[in-house]
Write a protein that binds this ligand. Structure first.
Ligand SMILES: [Zn+2]
Length: 71
């Protein structure tokens, strides 16, 4: 849990999300999947992204249905 959550939701909402994640296995799993996607996305060289990969990652992240902003 980190800056992108705090920045997207604000400190109060972030605390609510953290509490929820502590009690909801499904959301923890979804968040972990999202974090892996974000890590993958960050690992893509900005000057030479593989064809279509960035779009696929963003689409997969959106399909998780989590209220998280992807920067
Ligand atoms: Zn949940």
């Amino acid at each position: 849990m980190s800056d992108y959550l705090e920045g997207a939701l604000g400190p109060g909402r972030g605390a609510q999300v953290r509490w929820h994640l502590g009690h909801c296995a499904r959301c923890r799993r979804d968040l972990e999947a999202l974090r892996r996607l974000l890590h993958l996305l960050a690992s893509i060289p900005a000057d030479a992204p593989p064809e279509g990969l960035r779009e696929r990652v963003l689409k997969a992240a959106s399909e998780l249905g989590t209220p998280l902003a992807v920067r």
